[in-house]
Design a protein. Sequence first.
Length: 132
Amino acid sequence: GLKQEKTLKTVELHVRDVTMDTEFAVYYRPYGFSLWALAGRRVMKVSGSRPGSGIIFFGISTKACDPTTGRRLTSGRAFEFCIEWEGNAKVHAFMVSASQDVPAEHVGCDFEAKDPTVAIDGSLIDLDVIDG
């Protein structure tokens, strides 16, 4: 439920009908946080004329945090996700794993937020203000 804080661990995308080499990106944020953290980018390669399918796995960095407060972005009671790709593909399942173990709040951030409309080292982006 939403009452207990959790820590994100992994994300899985189950995709099918991928007709060309396609890069998938997954972003996440704790509910109510304005910026998105990058869970990862993965490319699914397609060989031959048959569409590809498979499971794409993303491990969540434990150092993703709010640079102003040091609060971990991987910890929260609820999360939002954004899946981004170009090309023809269908996401037919999306799975998230989390644990009830919540580490200390303050950690060394692995990115620095400067401008919420631009990716910072490919790690943090505000998708709400980007057209498209």
